[in-house]
Write a protein that binds this ligand. Structure first.
Ligand code: A3P
Length: 348
Protein backbone atom coordinates (compact mmCIF):
# COMPACT_ATOMS: atom_id res chain seq x y z
CA UNK A 1 0.00 0.00 0.00
CA UNK A 2 1.32 3.49 -0.85
CA UNK A 3 2.64 5.63 1.97
CA UNK A 4 0.59 8.84 1.86
CA UNK A 5 2.22 12.14 2.77
CA UNK A 6 0.22 14.26 5.25
CA UNK A 7 -2.39 16.07 3.19
CA UNK A 8 -2.67 19.85 2.95
CA UNK A 9 -5.41 21.44 5.08
CA UNK A 10 -7.34 22.17 1.86
CA UNK A 11 -7.56 18.48 1.14
CA UNK A 12 -10.83 16.56 1.27
CA UNK A 13 -9.86 13.38 3.10
CA UNK A 14 -13.14 11.62 2.90
CA UNK A 15 -11.81 8.84 0.75
CA UNK A 16 -9.23 7.90 3.38
CA UNK A 17 -11.78 5.83 5.23
CA UNK A 18 -12.89 4.33 2.00
CA UNK A 19 -12.87 0.55 1.71
CA UNK A 20 -11.26 0.51 -1.69
CA UNK A 21 -7.81 1.26 -0.26
CA UNK A 22 -6.77 -1.98 -1.91
CA UNK A 23 -7.48 -0.47 -5.31
CA UNK A 24 -4.14 0.76 -6.60
CA UNK A 25 -5.67 2.94 -9.32
CA UNK A 26 -7.80 4.71 -6.76
CA UNK A 27 -4.77 5.26 -4.54
CA UNK A 28 -2.86 6.78 -7.44
CA UNK A 29 -5.74 9.13 -8.16
CA UNK A 30 -5.98 10.16 -4.52
CA UNK A 31 -2.25 10.78 -4.36
CA UNK A 32 -2.36 12.88 -7.54
CA UNK A 33 -5.11 14.97 -5.95
CA UNK A 34 -3.07 15.52 -2.81
CA UNK A 35 0.07 16.32 -4.77
CA UNK A 36 -1.87 18.96 -6.75
CA UNK A 37 -3.07 20.58 -3.53
CA UNK A 38 0.45 20.61 -2.09
CA UNK A 39 2.21 22.04 -5.08
CA UNK A 40 -0.16 24.15 -7.21
CA UNK A 41 -0.80 27.91 -6.85
CA UNK A 42 -3.67 29.03 -4.65
CA UNK A 43 -5.94 32.05 -5.27
CA UNK A 44 -8.78 33.72 -3.41
CA UNK A 45 -12.11 31.91 -3.61
CA UNK A 46 -15.61 33.35 -3.97
CA UNK A 47 -17.60 30.80 -2.03
CA UNK A 48 -14.72 28.74 -0.66
CA UNK A 49 -11.75 30.46 0.91
CA UNK A 50 -9.35 29.35 -1.82
CA UNK A 51 -9.16 28.19 -5.41
CA UNK A 52 -6.39 26.00 -6.84
CA UNK A 53 -4.80 26.69 -10.23
CA UNK A 54 -4.71 23.42 -12.16
CA UNK A 55 -3.86 22.98 -15.86
CA UNK A 56 -4.72 26.63 -16.61
CA UNK A 57 -7.99 26.86 -14.66
CA UNK A 58 -9.09 27.85 -11.13
CA UNK A 59 -10.94 25.12 -9.26
CA UNK A 60 -12.46 24.83 -5.79
CA UNK A 61 -10.15 22.48 -3.86
CA UNK A 62 -12.74 19.89 -2.89
CA UNK A 63 -15.61 19.15 -5.27
CA UNK A 64 -14.18 20.70 -8.44
CA UNK A 65 -10.51 19.73 -8.31
CA UNK A 66 -11.32 16.29 -7.01
CA UNK A 67 -14.04 15.91 -9.63
CA UNK A 68 -11.65 16.88 -12.44
CA UNK A 69 -8.96 14.46 -11.28
CA UNK A 70 -11.50 11.68 -10.80
CA UNK A 71 -12.93 12.22 -14.25
CA UNK A 72 -9.49 12.41 -15.85
CA UNK A 73 -8.45 9.15 -14.19
CA UNK A 74 -11.59 7.11 -13.73
CA UNK A 75 -14.53 8.13 -15.92
CA UNK A 76 -15.37 5.72 -18.73
CA UNK A 77 -16.89 7.77 -21.54
CA UNK A 78 -19.31 6.35 -24.11
CA UNK A 79 -19.94 7.72 -27.61
CA UNK A 80 -23.64 7.88 -26.72
CA UNK A 81 -23.12 10.12 -23.67
CA UNK A 82 -24.79 13.52 -23.88
CA UNK A 83 -23.03 16.08 -21.70
CA UNK A 84 -24.35 19.52 -20.84
CA UNK A 85 -21.22 21.64 -20.30
CA UNK A 86 -21.46 25.10 -18.79
CA UNK A 87 -19.58 27.72 -16.87
CA UNK A 88 -21.62 28.43 -13.69
CA UNK A 89 -24.40 31.03 -14.07
CA UNK A 90 -24.65 30.86 -17.84
CA UNK A 91 -27.98 29.00 -18.02
CA UNK A 92 -27.27 25.50 -16.69
CA UNK A 93 -30.60 25.18 -14.85
CA UNK A 94 -32.62 26.27 -17.87
CA UNK A 95 -30.80 24.06 -20.34
CA UNK A 96 -30.95 21.08 -18.00
CA UNK A 97 -34.72 21.37 -17.97
CA UNK A 98 -34.91 21.89 -21.75
CA UNK A 99 -32.67 18.90 -22.55
CA UNK A 100 -34.57 16.64 -20.16
CA UNK A 101 -37.97 17.76 -21.47
CA UNK A 102 -36.90 17.50 -25.14
CA UNK A 103 -35.32 14.07 -24.95
CA UNK A 104 -38.17 12.61 -22.85
CA UNK A 105 -41.05 14.35 -24.62
CA UNK A 106 -42.86 11.20 -25.67
CA UNK A 107 -42.58 9.61 -22.20
CA UNK A 108 -44.43 12.17 -20.13
CA UNK A 109 -47.69 14.02 -20.23
CA UNK A 110 -46.98 17.76 -19.82
CA UNK A 111 -49.66 18.07 -17.13
CA UNK A 112 -47.90 15.43 -14.97
CA UNK A 113 -44.34 16.11 -16.01
CA UNK A 114 -41.49 15.19 -13.58
CA UNK A 115 -40.16 18.76 -13.91
CA UNK A 116 -43.28 19.95 -12.07
CA UNK A 117 -42.14 18.14 -8.94
CA UNK A 118 -38.38 17.64 -9.46
CA UNK A 119 -35.80 20.43 -9.60
CA UNK A 120 -33.86 20.61 -12.92
CA UNK A 121 -30.66 19.75 -11.05
CA UNK A 122 -32.14 16.46 -9.87
CA UNK A 123 -33.07 15.30 -13.39
CA UNK A 124 -29.61 14.02 -14.28
CA UNK A 125 -26.23 13.81 -12.52
CA UNK A 126 -23.73 16.62 -12.15
CA UNK A 127 -20.74 14.51 -13.12
CA UNK A 128 -18.04 16.55 -11.35
CA UNK A 129 -19.50 16.09 -7.87
CA UNK A 130 -21.16 12.74 -8.49
CA UNK A 131 -18.15 10.82 -9.64
CA UNK A 132 -15.79 11.57 -6.77
CA UNK A 133 -18.23 10.85 -3.93
CA UNK A 134 -17.10 7.24 -3.84
CA UNK A 135 -16.41 4.48 -6.27
CA UNK A 136 -20.00 3.31 -5.95
CA UNK A 137 -20.89 6.35 -8.06
CA UNK A 138 -18.44 5.22 -10.72
CA UNK A 139 -20.07 1.78 -10.71
CA UNK A 140 -23.54 3.35 -10.84
CA UNK A 141 -22.53 5.35 -13.88
CA UNK A 142 -20.98 2.28 -15.48
CA UNK A 143 -24.24 0.39 -14.96
CA UNK A 144 -26.47 3.20 -16.31
CA UNK A 145 -28.12 2.46 -19.66
CA UNK A 146 -27.25 4.50 -22.74
CA UNK A 147 -27.70 7.25 -23.63
CA UNK A 148 -26.54 8.78 -20.36
CA UNK A 149 -27.41 12.42 -19.67
CA UNK A 150 -24.72 14.17 -17.64
CA UNK A 151 -23.67 17.69 -16.82
CA UNK A 152 -20.32 19.28 -16.02
CA UNK A 153 -18.63 22.63 -15.43
CA UNK A 154 -15.22 21.24 -16.40
CA UNK A 155 -13.30 23.16 -19.09
CA UNK A 156 -13.05 21.31 -22.40
CA UNK A 157 -9.24 21.12 -22.37
CA UNK A 158 -9.28 19.45 -18.94
CA UNK A 159 -11.55 16.62 -20.01
CA UNK A 160 -9.93 13.28 -20.83
CA UNK A 161 -9.32 12.42 -24.46
CA UNK A 162 -11.86 9.60 -24.21
CA UNK A 163 -14.57 12.25 -23.79
CA UNK A 164 -13.40 14.76 -26.40
CA UNK A 165 -12.01 12.63 -29.24
CA UNK A 166 -14.06 12.04 -32.38
CA UNK A 167 -15.64 8.90 -30.91
CA UNK A 168 -16.19 10.56 -27.53
CA UNK A 169 -19.27 12.18 -25.97
CA UNK A 170 -21.63 14.76 -27.48
CA UNK A 171 -21.66 18.15 -25.75
CA UNK A 172 -24.20 20.91 -25.47
CA UNK A 173 -22.53 24.12 -24.33
CA UNK A 174 -24.12 27.45 -23.47
CA UNK A 175 -22.26 30.73 -23.05
CA UNK A 176 -23.51 34.09 -21.80
CA UNK A 177 -22.35 37.67 -21.88
CA UNK A 178 -19.51 37.88 -19.30
CA UNK A 179 -20.96 40.96 -17.58
CA UNK A 180 -24.19 39.13 -16.74
CA UNK A 181 -22.21 36.04 -15.71
CA UNK A 182 -20.08 38.08 -13.32
CA UNK A 183 -23.06 39.74 -11.62
CA UNK A 184 -25.14 36.56 -11.48
CA UNK A 185 -22.17 34.68 -10.04
CA UNK A 186 -21.30 37.35 -7.48
CA UNK A 187 -24.86 37.47 -6.11
CA UNK A 188 -25.13 33.67 -6.10
CA UNK A 189 -21.76 33.05 -4.43
CA UNK A 190 -22.44 35.58 -1.68
CA UNK A 191 -25.59 33.65 -0.81
CA UNK A 192 -23.57 30.45 -0.45
CA UNK A 193 -20.49 31.96 1.16
CA UNK A 194 -20.04 30.62 4.71
CA UNK A 195 -20.90 33.09 7.51
CA UNK A 196 -17.31 32.89 8.84
CA UNK A 197 -16.01 34.60 5.68
CA UNK A 198 -16.69 38.33 5.12
CA UNK A 199 -19.02 39.03 2.16
CA UNK A 200 -17.24 39.47 -1.16
CA UNK A 201 -17.70 43.03 -2.48
CA UNK A 202 -18.61 43.58 -6.12
CA UNK A 203 -15.28 45.40 -6.61
CA UNK A 204 -13.36 42.37 -5.28
CA UNK A 205 -15.41 39.94 -7.36
CA UNK A 206 -14.88 42.11 -10.43
CA UNK A 207 -11.08 42.18 -9.96
CA UNK A 208 -10.95 38.43 -9.44
CA UNK A 209 -13.17 37.77 -12.47
CA UNK A 210 -11.02 40.04 -14.68
CA UNK A 211 -7.90 38.17 -13.54
CA UNK A 212 -9.63 34.92 -14.41
CA UNK A 213 -9.78 33.83 -10.77
CA UNK A 214 -13.24 32.35 -10.41
CA UNK A 215 -14.56 28.78 -10.21
CA UNK A 216 -13.66 27.04 -13.50
CA UNK A 217 -12.26 30.34 -14.81
CA UNK A 218 -10.85 32.24 -16.63
CA UNK A 219 -14.35 32.58 -18.08
CA UNK A 220 -13.14 33.45 -21.58
CA UNK A 221 -10.80 30.44 -21.72
CA UNK A 222 -13.67 28.18 -20.65
CA UNK A 223 -15.86 29.50 -23.46
CA UNK A 224 -13.08 29.39 -26.06
CA UNK A 225 -12.25 25.77 -25.22
CA UNK A 226 -15.76 24.64 -26.18
CA UNK A 227 -16.01 27.16 -29.03
CA UNK A 228 -12.82 25.88 -30.65
CA UNK A 229 -13.95 22.31 -30.02
CA UNK A 230 -17.25 23.07 -31.76
CA UNK A 231 -15.38 24.41 -34.79
CA UNK A 232 -13.22 21.27 -34.94
CA UNK A 233 -16.04 18.77 -34.38
CA UNK A 234 -19.37 20.55 -35.03
CA UNK A 235 -21.30 17.29 -34.96
CA UNK A 236 -20.09 16.64 -31.42
CA UNK A 237 -20.57 20.06 -29.81
CA UNK A 238 -23.69 22.19 -30.04
CA UNK A 239 -22.63 25.71 -29.03
CA UNK A 240 -25.46 27.94 -27.78
CA UNK A 241 -25.84 31.43 -26.36
CA UNK A 242 -28.12 32.34 -23.44
CA UNK A 243 -29.18 35.52 -25.23
CA UNK A 244 -30.29 33.59 -28.36
CA UNK A 245 -32.27 31.21 -26.18
CA UNK A 246 -34.04 34.18 -24.58
CA UNK A 247 -34.71 35.78 -27.98
CA UNK A 248 -35.72 32.73 -30.00
CA UNK A 249 -36.43 29.81 -27.66
CA UNK A 250 -38.46 27.84 -30.23
CA UNK A 251 -35.72 27.94 -32.87
CA UNK A 252 -33.03 26.99 -30.35
CA UNK A 253 -35.07 24.08 -28.94
CA UNK A 254 -35.58 22.85 -32.50
CA UNK A 255 -31.81 22.87 -33.04
CA UNK A 256 -31.36 21.12 -29.73
CA UNK A 257 -33.75 18.31 -30.71
CA UNK A 258 -31.97 17.86 -34.05
CA UNK A 259 -28.60 17.70 -32.31
CA UNK A 260 -29.94 15.14 -29.84
CA UNK A 261 -30.94 12.99 -32.80
CA UNK A 262 -34.66 13.42 -32.08
CA UNK A 263 -35.89 16.17 -34.43
CA UNK A 264 -39.49 17.27 -33.97
CA UNK A 265 -41.86 15.70 -36.48
CA UNK A 266 -44.24 17.90 -38.47
CA UNK A 267 -47.04 16.47 -36.38
CA UNK A 268 -45.28 17.44 -33.13
CA UNK A 269 -44.68 20.92 -34.50
CA UNK A 270 -48.31 21.36 -35.48
CA UNK A 271 -49.45 20.07 -32.08
CA UNK A 272 -47.37 22.77 -30.36
CA UNK A 273 -44.97 20.38 -28.60
CA UNK A 274 -42.04 22.82 -28.88
CA UNK A 275 -44.14 25.59 -27.34
CA UNK A 276 -45.13 23.23 -24.50
CA UNK A 277 -41.47 22.45 -23.75
CA UNK A 278 -40.49 26.11 -23.83
CA UNK A 279 -43.38 27.04 -21.55
CA UNK A 280 -42.67 24.21 -19.11
CA UNK A 281 -39.02 25.26 -18.80
CA UNK A 282 -39.58 29.02 -18.75
CA UNK A 283 -38.24 31.09 -15.89
CA UNK A 284 -41.76 32.14 -14.94
CA UNK A 285 -43.00 28.57 -14.74
CA UNK A 286 -40.01 26.85 -13.09
CA UNK A 287 -39.29 29.60 -10.56
CA UNK A 288 -42.86 29.50 -9.25
CA UNK A 289 -43.06 25.75 -8.72
CA UNK A 290 -43.16 24.58 -5.12
CA UNK A 291 -40.14 22.29 -5.66
CA UNK A 292 -38.02 25.19 -6.86
CA UNK A 293 -39.14 27.54 -4.11
CA UNK A 294 -38.72 25.26 -1.11
CA UNK A 295 -36.41 22.29 -1.86
CA UNK A 296 -32.64 22.11 -1.89
CA UNK A 297 -30.16 20.39 -4.17
CA UNK A 298 -27.32 18.29 -2.73
CA UNK A 299 -24.40 18.56 -5.14
CA UNK A 300 -21.94 16.81 -2.86
CA UNK A 301 -21.48 16.13 0.81
CA UNK A 302 -20.21 19.71 1.26
CA UNK A 303 -22.49 21.62 -1.09
CA UNK A 304 -26.23 21.90 -0.61
CA UNK A 305 -27.97 24.73 -2.44
CA UNK A 306 -31.58 25.89 -2.15
CA UNK A 307 -33.22 25.50 -5.56
CA UNK A 308 -34.58 29.05 -5.36
CA UNK A 309 -31.03 30.44 -5.63
CA UNK A 310 -30.87 29.14 -9.22
CA UNK A 311 -33.70 31.48 -10.21
CA UNK A 312 -32.98 35.17 -9.77
CA UNK A 313 -34.16 37.37 -12.66
CA UNK A 314 -33.31 35.42 -15.80
CA UNK A 315 -32.84 38.57 -17.87
CA UNK A 316 -30.32 39.78 -20.40
CA UNK A 317 -28.35 42.90 -19.47
CA UNK A 318 -29.25 43.08 -15.76
CA UNK A 319 -25.52 43.60 -15.02
CA UNK A 320 -25.92 47.22 -16.15
CA UNK A 321 -27.86 47.79 -12.91
CA UNK A 322 -24.78 46.79 -10.91
CA UNK A 323 -21.58 47.56 -12.85
CA UNK A 324 -20.11 51.05 -13.21
CA UNK A 325 -19.32 52.49 -16.65
CA UNK A 326 -15.58 51.87 -15.96
CA UNK A 327 -16.22 48.25 -15.05
CA UNK A 328 -18.23 47.71 -18.21
CA UNK A 329 -15.54 49.33 -20.34
CA UNK A 330 -12.79 47.22 -18.79
CA UNK A 331 -14.72 43.96 -19.14
CA UNK A 332 -15.59 44.77 -22.74
CA UNK A 333 -11.91 45.43 -23.47
CA UNK A 334 -10.81 42.15 -21.90
CA UNK A 335 -13.50 40.31 -23.84
CA UNK A 336 -12.49 41.92 -27.14
CA UNK A 337 -8.82 41.02 -26.49
CA UNK A 338 -9.58 37.46 -25.51
CA UNK A 339 -11.92 36.75 -28.42
CA UNK A 340 -9.83 38.40 -31.10
CA UNK A 341 -9.51 36.12 -34.14
CA UNK A 342 -11.78 33.46 -32.66
CA UNK A 343 -14.88 34.34 -34.70
CA UNK A 344 -16.97 34.29 -31.50
CA UNK A 345 -19.12 37.22 -30.47
CA UNK A 346 -21.08 37.16 -27.22
CA UNK A 347 -24.81 37.66 -27.42
CA UNK A 348 -26.37 40.92 -26.28
P1 A3P B 1 -29.54 35.68 -13.21
O1 A3P B 1 -28.77 35.61 -11.93
O2 A3P B 1 -28.96 36.68 -14.18
O3 A3P B 1 -31.00 35.90 -12.99
P2 A3P B 1 -27.08 28.61 -13.81
O4 A3P B 1 -28.31 27.81 -13.98
O5 A3P B 1 -26.00 28.30 -14.81
O6 A3P B 1 -26.62 28.60 -12.40
O7 A3P B 1 -27.48 30.10 -14.17
C1 A3P B 1 -28.36 30.84 -13.35
C2 A3P B 1 -28.87 32.01 -14.16
O8 A3P B 1 -29.85 31.52 -15.10
C3 A3P B 1 -29.57 33.02 -13.26
O9 A3P B 1 -29.41 34.27 -13.93
C4 A3P B 1 -31.00 32.51 -13.31
O10 A3P B 1 -31.96 33.45 -12.95
C5 A3P B 1 -31.11 32.12 -14.79
N1 A3P B 1 -32.18 31.14 -15.06
C6 A3P B 1 -32.51 30.06 -14.32
N2 A3P B 1 -33.53 29.42 -14.89
C7 A3P B 1 -33.87 30.10 -16.00
C8 A3P B 1 -34.88 29.93 -17.00
N3 A3P B 1 -35.73 28.93 -16.96
N4 A3P B 1 -34.92 30.83 -18.02
C9 A3P B 1 -34.03 31.85 -18.07
N5 A3P B 1 -33.06 32.06 -17.15
C10 A3P B 1 -32.98 31.20 -16.12
Amino acid sequence: MADFVAPSPLCDNTLESYDEKQDLDLQRTLERYRETLRSFPIGKGWMTEHLVHYQGFWLAPKAALKGVIWIQDRFKARPTDIVLATFPKTGTTWLRALIFATINRTRYDFSKHPLLTTGPHDCFPFLDAYIYENDQSVSNLDASPSPRLLSTHIPYTLLPDSMTNSSGCSFIYICRNPKDVLVSKWLFMNKLRPKELPPLSLQEAFELFCQGISHYGPYWDHVLGYWNGSLETPTKILFLKYEDLKKEPLAVVKRLAEFLGHPFSLEEESMGVIQEIVRLCSFENLSNLEVNRTSAQKFSRDIIVDNRHFFRKGQVGDSENYLTAEMIERLDEITADKLIGSGLIFGS
